[in-house]
Design a protein around this ligand. Structure first.
Ligand SMILES: Cc1cc2nc3c(=O)[nH]c(=O)nc-3n(C[C@H](O)[C@H](O)[C@H](O)COP(=O)(O)OP(=O)(O)OC[C@H]3O[C@@H](n4cnc5c(N)ncnc54)[C@H](O)[C@@H]3O)c2cc1C
Length: 476
């Protein structure tokens, strides 16, 4: 029997699990996929929003501003890259320019610091590749960028290092309340008992609530497609460039990523469930819009496309509350953007204000808030690298040529919490396969390393989700 069970291994579940692991509680996370960070937390813009966008008084506004304030220290502890690159909402007409003053006012009410309207000349000076048609912008110097899936992976890894349990490939299919505890069953009939459930299932959050007997909200999916440019375009823009926001969200942006790529997107269209295929229409929409923002953009440098799906809810705000009909069920639902930014603050609120009122937890004195960065080796100088290579020669063998990732780093990703078991899992932890060739050269080697380290055959290794095998049969 666990004190608390977190359902869903995205960035919200991850931050909640880490917060829980600070206390003397027995805590567990279940995730339906073979790895964590496989939902919206895998594919989004990675922007740490300043907080001027959300409606004044909403939970989105509250948690955005609080989460934004926490992000720098939070990522430092976890060894996750965070950069305060600033953002610009760019106006292309007088009407849009006027709307920026409203946005600035909203930001002020939400508690956002240092917002400023820039004129055309100021804009061109700081972003020379911006279109000459831009007439002004709202500048938020405090906005930042982070790698979303690395944040989720690091929070879950750190929570596990502090005693939390992770069960993968556990798709919750039924929830029964027996007196003061829940029985949670998987598709394949495994069962976990817990006193409290925290529903962080993203697009699956409505189904989880329904299983427990709560029918108070609906969650729908809105897909966002992206294009990613090669690192050779690094520096093309320094800040995150937004168009003026619309009803459907913040629109298509042009932004650097923390790893030196340029990201373009997302689109916004309603889809059934977690439908994350890319489309010709969506990708050409992105190209057209991005060219309006930055006409000199080299679209020939696109190295990949992908899509994520936002879980938005009929209440038009985040749901972060104990269910009013099922005691002990805490719902974190409808966490669309700015959910990534808000995650640390949502987690703190959930644990301190909702969980600890029902279960007794004492702060652990031996909680270790830090985690060694997955990219620690790349950051070392040559002498330190050589020292490690002397002890462990696999750190001297480059496997991913584009990103210069060594066998030692890949083996480490397979061994440290939360252990990578798939090719995409390795990719998300150490960037092997993230470069220009997108794994064309290193994928077979990574597959062999995962198989070797787990005493498995290459036939057992998945690319991503269960069943996505690469090797089907031997041809020669
Ligand atoms: C296109 C796009 C752009 C975005 N841009 C930004 C941005 O720039 N900045 C920002 O702050 N936010 C952004 N967001 C929002 C942010 O990505 C989300 O708020 C955040 O990732 C939500 O995390 P989550 O943990 O709630 O959901 P998820 O990451 O989707 O995690 C939910 C998990 O639950 C699991 N699950 C579901 N059902 C079950 C079940 N029955 N049993 C077990 N496990 C289950 C899923 O497999 C999944 O891993 C964006 C989102 C999208 C899609």
């Amino acid at each position: 029997m666990f004190d608390v069970l977190v359902i869903g291994g995205g960035v919200i579940g991850g931050c909640v699990l880490r917060e829980l692991s600070k206390y003397s509680l027995s805590v567990c996370m279940i995730e339906k996929e073979s790895d964590v960070a496989m939902g919206a937390s895998r594919a989004n813009s990675g922007i740490v929003h300043a907080g001027f966008d959300a409606k004044v008084g909403s939970l989105k506004a509250k948690f955005n501003v609080l989460g934004h304030a926490m992000m720098e220290d939070y990522t430092k502890e976890l060894g996750v890259k965070f950069e305060r690159n600033g953002s610009l909402v760019v106006a292309f007409s007088k009407e849009e320019l006027n709307a920026l003053y409203e946005l600035k006012e909203r930001g002020k009410k939400n508690g956002v610091q240092k917002l400023r309207i820039l004129n055309k000349e100021e804009l061109k000076e700081i972003e020379p590749n911006l279109s000459n048609n831009a007439v002004g912008a709202l500048y938020a110097p405090t906005a930042g960028i982070v790698c979303p899936y690395k944040l989720a992976i690091a929070t879950i890894g750190n929570a596990m290092d502090n005693g939390a349990k992770l069960v993968l490939d556990f798709e919750c299919e039924s929830i029964t309340k027996n007196g003061d505890f829940f029985s949670v069953k998987s598709k394949d009939d495994r069962e976990i008992f817990s006193r409290i459930i925290i529903n962080c299932a993203g697009l699956g959050a409505q189904k989880i609530a329904n299983m427990a007997g709560d029918f108070s909200f609906q969650v729908k999916a809105r897909r966002g497609e992206y294009l990613l440019l090669d690192k050779n375009q690094s520096g093309f823009v320094k800040r995150t460039l937004f168009f003026a926001p619309t009803e459907k969200g913040k629109g298509i942006l042009v932004s650097p990523t923390v790893d030196g790529n340029i990201i373009l997107g997302p689109t916004a269209d309603e889809v059934e469930e977690n439908f994350t295929d890319t489309t010709t229409f969506g990708l050409s929409q992105i190209q057209d819009k991005a060219k309006v923002m930055t006409p000199n953009l080299k679209l020939s440098e696109v190295i990949t496309s992908f899509a994520g799906a936002r879980a938005y809810c009929d209440r038009h705000d985040f749901i972060v509350e104990e269910s009013t009909v099922v005691r002990g069920l805490i719902n974190c639902a409808g966490i669309e953007s700015p959910g990534l930014t808000s995650a640390p603050a949502i987690a703190k609120y959930v644990v301190e204000d909702l969980v600890l009122k029902d279960v007794e937890g004492v702060k652990k004195e031996d909680f270790n808030p830090t985690r060694r960065p997955d990219d620690f080796f790349a950051k070392l100088d040559v002498d330190d690298k050589n020292e490690i290579i002397k002890r462990e020669p696999s750190y001297g063998r480059i496997v991913c040529r584009c990103e210069k990732i060594t066998e030692g780093e890949i083996v480490r990703a397979i061994k440290v919490n939360p252990k990578a078991t798939t090719i995409d899992g390795v990719k998300r932890r150490v960037r092997a396969g993230m470069g220009r060739c997108q794994g064309g050269f290193c994928q077979p080697q990574i597959m062999e390393i995962i198989a070797r380290e787990n005493n498995l055959s290459v036939f057992d290794i998945n690319k991503g989700s269960k069943g996505s095998y690469i090797v089907k049969e031997i041809t020669k």
